[in-house]
Ligand binder design. Structure first.
Ligand SMILES: Nc1ncnc2c1ncn2[C@@H]1O[C@H](COP(=O)(O)OP(=O)(O)OP(=O)(O)O)[C@@H](O)[C@H]1O
Ligand SMILES: [Mg+2]
Length: 462
């Protein structure tokens, strides 16, 4: 089928990180997350993990050029980025291809990996600066690379701005972004030099997350947004937001610098949708057994909460629940509305606390406490634990929102494993209650229905 391409196309010219964190792996994840078709020209194969680079095998420059040529000629390239270029021959062949095909180029002037290992030999640095930077729309040096390319030392934002301006004047790319990942402060600030020497500061929180591959992901996101038609400055701004999410929602693998998670951007929406559907399914089961379930709904009403996978779930906003709760309406359990993110604080905080210890326990529902529940439930094979708010330390009591997590942790530690049901014996003016925990909402509802059967059999409820 010949015609207008149905999806923007972005090319990465970079190395392979066998640890799957940086380089081509990060770039392709980024392209996929931003819904552009990813193309690849491999420059070098590295034997790498989260601890460092253990071997480098460069691809012959002519082969790098051939990879670029064939995809440019057949598929087309709306924007490209470069990462690890390793040696002068590869730098030159890339410069030649860019001139030949004329696509917009983002140069991440990679010299060192996060581990400090060298990814561009010393003799290639000048070649990259002189032959590739002038062809770039956007160049994204980190602190060390900006120091090397500008020849000045960078201690703070003012120096970063100076360095950016020097690089722009010396080599002529349209935009220079001096990245702030290696600067200090509670914000990670990137300095963007653009237009007629304008300076824009891109601020983001400094996140305590995995940062291997941040630079790769950032430059790939810029290329992806350019491919999608954003102007250069907007592409850089959006890429900064993208990379912040990728760090914030990263997961730990390996013993060293763990990798960013560029697909977080997609996973967040996908997992929210999946979670909403599963809560809806569970609610449908509850409403089929509305009269029975109503008997276990407490004065404060119930909620059924389901968190996103643990590396995506950072706060109650990342937990799906029922706004307005599950109420006892004329003796029947009824959800007040469809599930939404952030609709619970109480039950959600309980789930998040449990997940810190048992990440797979992502769902919970609070129910009424019925005296004798402990015995009946344990005889039926449920694992039960409890906490007593009178034992809550003063500093926990004073801290807003800290009681439930303290209680859940206390109950888990008491039995040394994940309970099915945690009882909260309440306090003066606080109704006692219980929470049923499970791996997902269906698991929780199955436990709820089994508990109801047991309570009926024992005539604790009718
Ligand atoms: N801890 C952090 N929190 C928030 N943003 C960060 C953090 N570390 C880096 N960034 C952001 O990630 C992007 C990449 O910056 P960084 O300085 O880490 O690049 P780099 O050193 O080239 O990364 P890499 O090691 O992957 O090559 C920038 O937008 C920067 O602000
Ligand atoms: Mg880098």
């Amino acid at each position: 089928m010949v015609g207008k391409p149905q999806i923007p196309r972005a090319l990465t010219i970079a190395g392979v990180d066998s640890g799957g964190g940086a380089g081509i792996a990060a770039d392709l994840k980024t392209f996929a997350a931003l819904q552009v078709h990813g193309l690849v020209a491999v420059t070098s194969v590295t034997a790498q993990n989260t601890l460092g680079v253990f071997g480098i095998h460069d691809i012959p420059p002519s082969m790098v050029e051939l990879q670029i040529d064939v995809v440019a000629e057949d598929i087309g390239v709306d924007a490209a980025k470069t990462g690890m270029l390793s040696n002068p021959g590869i730098v030159r062949s890339v410069a030649r291809s860019v001139k030949k095909h004329g696509f917009p180029l983002v140069v991440d002037p990679v010299i060192f990996a996060k581990s400090g290992d060298r990814l561009l030999v010393e003799e290639a640095v000048e070649v990259m600066a002189k032959e590739l930077l002038p062809l770039a729309k956007v160049v994204t040096p980190n602190k060390f690379e900006a120091e090397r390319l500008s020849g000045i030392k960078i201690e703070g934002l003012e120096d970063a701005e100076k360095a950016g301006k020097i690089i722009r004047e010396k080599y002529g790319p349209e935009i220079v972004v001096v990245k702030g990942g290696h600067l200090s402060g509670d914000k990670s600030i990137d300095i963007v030099i653009h237009g007629s020497g304008n300076v824009t500061m891109l601020e983001g929180p400094r996140v305590d997350g995995c940062t291997h591959g941040t630079g790769c992901s950032f430059s790939a996101a810029i290329a992806a947004y350019i491919a999608k038609g954003e102007d250069l400055l907007n592409a850089v701004k959006k890429a900064k937001e993208f990379v912040t999410i990728a760090i914030e929602r990263s997961y730990k693998v390996g013993k060293g610098h763990c990798p960013v998670n560029p697909t977080a951007y997609l996973e967040l929406d996908a997992e929210r949708y999946r979670a909403e559907r599963l809560v809806e399914e569970a609610i449908a089961i509850i409403e089929k057994r509305a009269e029975d379930v109503a008997k276990l709904i407490p004065e404060v009403q119930s909620n059924l909460a389901y968190a996103l996978p643990h590396y995506l779930a950072k706060s109650p906003r990342d937990v799906i629940a029922i706004p307005g709760r599950i109420v006892n309406y004329m003796g029947r359990a009824k959800a007040s509305g469809p599930p939404r993110p952030g609709a619970s604080s109480h039950v959600a905080r309980g789930v998040l606390a449990a997940m810190e210890i048992y990440p797979e326990y992502r769902a919970a529902m609070n129910i009424r406490y019925i005296p004798g529940l402990e015995d009946i439930a344990s005889k039926a094979g449920f694992k039960i634990s409890w906490y007593d708010r009178r034992e809550e330390p003063e500093d926990v009591k004073r801290k807003e929102g800290a009681s439930i997590p303290w209680g859940v942790r206390t109950a888990i530690n008491r039995i040394g494993s994940m309970p099915d049901i945690i009882i909260d014996y309440g306090d003066f003016g606080k109704e006692p209650g219980a929470k049923i925990f499970g791996k997902d909402p269906i698991d929780v509802v199955n436990k709820l229905l089994r508990l109801i059967e047991e309570l009926k059999r024992n005539k604790t409820i009718s």
